[in-house]
Design a protein around this ligand. Structure first.
Ligand code: GDP
Length: 470
């Protein structure tokens, strides 16, 4: 086991204190070992237990992954007519991740599904749609996480409409379909119940569709309590698993590094601002900008400007500019912020340079290059010194989790924050938006009043009824 051989400090940094495997050809995925030099805060190593678990997972994935004899056997089993209790014939068991919604939603669900796979010794495979190709590198050495095109269950994106086998219909099923999205229209309400978790272990094939960060619910399950305690000592699941799984391909890494060196590298400090407006909670751009500035000024993240002294002041102190990295679908915010900091001096004489990498105007998840830009911006935000993100936005959760920074989260108009513009995140974890409606989350507490299992799960700053690790 290569993980036990001693390494020098450089290696240790590059491999994030043992989080990453050293078994990759560096040039095939530059971001894997280079991103760490862009993140601002010193990286926190994973627990030795997590590192060892990842090495064991990699070995299992290599043994059972696509192209192996054991994989063919499992496909054969899936195709055969005899599925008494779905019992596998080998220790190769699979969970197939099926994408849902935008990139942020996909990423948080992917990380959750990977944790579920790790906890159950299942192999994570991805149903990669065309729009998701060439975004992320393969994370497991010597194998692939991509579900082969000739996978016998067809039309995975539409299976939800009428899934033949679900938790409520598991008898003699070749696979089970689990639908863990926010709408909860279907089939998997009992997923988090202890009985279901144990039952699911015996299924060789699970198809799981989600757009949620359901990690907090796994923390509330007594089935995983001990193991999770060993794996994670803090509320840092996304931080470690995100840095382990989510490496932009060389093509996206090119976008990221070129932009960074062209516009951000020389700044004294980089302030990341992410603006997301949801149709279900509309807000005018005037109000949004006012809220953003209120938050940034009150919290001392950006200097205020002196409106009256527009013409007669040149108080530049000679220091390097601070850079604002603004990400949003729209172009108007950039123009207004840039003009404001150009046309007025700041109270402390700082010079603020405003940059926005793209303004796509509309979400186009079905377009690969659109998704590449979204990933670029998530990564660039993760390289900032300070983050202000939009409440409810899974897009904003990704850079927060990757960077390990606690963002200031802008309160959404329906977020009950009449008197506050933003709230500081209590942890860097994403929020599980929609735990309501699923059964058995936190059943342990209800059963015996024991608080221990729930100690680390609390409320979200931005979503009423949401759960997050704290
Ligand atoms: P959420 O809807 O905010 O939770 O985030 P998602 O990432 O799931 O979906 C929003 C999608 O809209 C993103 O994946 C992008 O495709 C697009 N989008 C939203 N905001 C931005 C932005 O600031 N920059 C870019 N490039 N795309 C964005």
């Amino acid at each position: 086991d290569g993980s036990l051989t001693p390494r020098d400090d450089d290696d240790d940094d590059k491999l994030l204190g043992g989080l990453l495997s050293g078994d990759f050809d560096e040039s095939s995925c530059l971001s894997r070992y280079h991103a760490v030099s862009y993140w601002k805060n010193p990286s926190r190593p994973p627990s030795p237990h997590l590192a060892a678990k990842l090495r064991r997972y990699e070995a299992l994935h290599k043994r059972c992954g696509p192209g192996t004899e054991l994989f063919e056997k499992a496909i054969h089993h899936l195709n055969s007519s005899n599925h008494t209790a779905g019992k596998p014939t080998t220790d190769c068991n699979y969970v197939v991740w099926v994408p849902s919604d935008g990139l942020g939603n996909r990423i948080i669900a992917l990380v959750s599904t990977f944790l579920y796979a790790l906890l159950n010794d299942k192999i994570l495979l991805l149903h990669l749609t065309d729009d998701f190709h060439d975004l992320l590198c393969e994370p497991f050495p010597g194998t692939s996480w991509s579900l082969p095109q000739d996978f016998p269950v067809g039309d995975l994106l539409n299976i939800y409409a009428d899934p033949p086998w679900t938790l409520s219909n598991p008898q003699n099923a070749p696979y089970l379909y689990l639908h863990l999205t926010h709408d909860q229209r279907f089939s998997a309400h009992g997923f988090f119940c202890e009985d279901s978790q144990l039952l699911l272990r015996s299924f060789q094939w699970l198809l799981l569709r989600s757009n949620q960060y359901f990690v907090p619910a796994l923390f509330r399950s007594s089935v995983y309590e001990k193991e999770l305690k060993l794996m994670f000592s803090d509320a840092d699941v996304f931080y470690h698993l995100g840095r382990y799984l989510l490496h932009p391909t060389n093509s996206v890494w090119g976008y990221i590094t070129r932009y960074y060196h062209a516009y951000l590298a020389d700044a004294e400090q980089i302030i990341g601002l992410q603006i997301r407006v949801f149709p279900s909670a509309p807000i005018s751009s005037d109000q949004m900008l006012a809220q953003l500035l209120n938050c940034s000024w009150q919290e001392g993240l950006l200097p205020e400007v002196m409106i009256e002294e527009a013409m007669n002041s040149s108080r530049w102190k000679g220091n390097k500019p601070k850079a604002v990295l603004l990400t949003t679908l729209y172009s108007g915010y950039y123009e207004r912020l840039k003009s404001m900091y150009n046309e007025h001096p700041t109270v402390d004489g700082e010079v603020i340079a405003v940059h926005q990498p793209s303004h796509e105007e509309k979400q186009h998840t079905e377009e690969r290059n659109h998704n590449k830009k979204a990933l670029m911006e998530m990564y660039l935000l993760s390289f900032c010194d300070v983050l202000v993100t939009s409440g409810y936005s899974t897009f904003g959760y990704v850079p927060q989790g990757l960077s390990g920074l606690r963002a200031w989260i802008l309160v959404r108009p329906d977020g009950g924050g009449e008197s506050v513009s933003c709230r500081r995140a209590v942890s860097t974890e994403p929020c599980f938006h929609a735990p309501m409606g699923y059964q058995c989350i936190g059943e342990k507490k209800r059963k015996d009043g024991e608080e221990e299992a729930m100690r680390c799960v609390g409320k979200c700053e931005d979503v009423a009824g949401g759960l997050k690790l704290v």
